[in-house]
Ligand binder design. Structure first.
Ligand code: PHE
Length: 343
């Protein structure tokens, strides 16, 4: 006859029957509770009942119960491990990534070609010791014309050229008003450049736009001469285009400078040989410049006996057109991506 020690406790069969259909961790915990919970567990109850047995029977039955308890615990742990393993496998299956899938294409933006040229012009200026300034696009007649020695009746004030707003305001027709605004606030010496938008009442075509961009420059100090103007602009233009660019000054008239000049560079397409772009002349007009008119200094309260200076203004769009060989100004403002992506 087998000793009771070798016999499996009858609860084991119950437990096995209960364990069989268990399919998840939650049910498993409930099952563990049913058999092993300290207060209500079936095995625990049996263990508590041992007290009622005689000492000989008690140790036998105790061993049997402890063996049962160990088997139950082992069976629970094994099933628990199986669940864990299944969960992990499921996770691996559902979370797998296909590393052969092509990646997303993130479209990267870029600076507009005009902004690129604008920045390049600023950078050259800063390297040369200039400070970058800005001013309002909505201006008064005083800053746009009057203080710049542009008298009433001057053709530049004409309705044909200027976009007037209400209350005697207007859209600045050039960046020159910032010369006045800066000189009103600062004493010489002064070395500034002013890039910005300007507006004129022009019909749009390949070379005209009602809004375009200029960069103004102004230098004021004691003893500034026309030679400084020529040297400065030559250095700037050689940096901007190329070291072999030649620069030419032609006398011209702007009310706020005296003498005034129109500045040409040797044609960057034919190196001065003469081509379609320079219309056979070998030169391309690039900016207006001149020595600051004494009356302009007087308008801002500078001592025109003590100080001299020079100023210039050039079209950023025009320079971008030349640098990138864009023959129609409108391309810069239409924002057609096929055009913009080339820069
Ligand atoms: N303001 C002038 C223009 O709009 C350019 C210029 C600036 C000329 C400074 C001389 C000196 O055309």
């Amino acid at each position: 006859m087998k000793s009771s020690q070798d016999e499996v406790h009858p609860l084991w069969d119950d437990f096995c029957r209960d364990l069989e259909p268990v399919s998840g961790s939650g049910e498993l915990t409930a099952l563990k509770d049913k058999y092993l919970s300290r207060s209500r567990g079936l095995v625990s109850l049996e263990l508590r009942n041992l007290k009622a047995l005689s000492p000989q029977n008690r140790s036998e039955a105790g061993r049997q119960l402890n063996a049962l308890k160990a088997r139950v615990q082992a069976a629970l742990s094994k099933r628990q491990a199986e669940f864990k393993e299944r969960e992990h496998r499921l996770q691996l299956e559902t979370e797998q990534i296909d590393v052969t899938l092509p990646g997303y294409h993130f479209v990267q933006g870029g600076l507009h070609p005009l902004r690129q040229v604008w920045r390049e012009m600023e950078e050259i200026s800063v390297r040369m010791g200039f400070t970058v300034m800005s001013g309002p696009e909505v201006e008064s007649d005083y800053y746009n014309f009057e203080a710049l020695n542009i008298p009433t009746g001057h053709p530049a004030r004409d309705d044909q050229d200027t976009l007037y707003l209400a209350n005697k305001l207007l859209l600045r027709t050039h960046t020159s008003p910032v010369q006045i605004r800066t000189m009103e606030k600062q004493d010489p010496p002064l070395r500034i450049v002013v890039p910005g938008r300007v507006y004129r009442r022009d019909a749009t075509d390949a070379t005209h736009s009602p809004m375009f961009h200029q960069m103004e420059g102004l230098v004021v100090d004691e003893g500034i001469t026309l030679a400084d103007l020529k040297g400065t602009l030559e250095v700037f233009l050689k940096e901007l285009f190329s070291a072999d660019t030649r620069v030419r000054f032609r006398p011209s008239y702007f009310p706020f400078v005296e003498p005034g000049a129109e500045v040409d560079i040797s044609c960057i397409f034919c190196a001065g040989e003469g081509c379609r772009v320079c219309k056979g002349s070998g030169w391309i007009e690039i900016m207006g410049a001149g020595m600051v008119h004494p009356r302009v200094f007087q308008m801002v309260g500078y001592d025109s006996e003590k100080y001299t200076g020079f100023a210039w203004g050039m079209g950023i769009d025009r320079i971008a057109q030349l640098k990138h060989q864009v023959d129609d100004l409108r391309l810069f403002f239409e924002n057609d991506l096929r055009f913009l992506r080339q820069f």
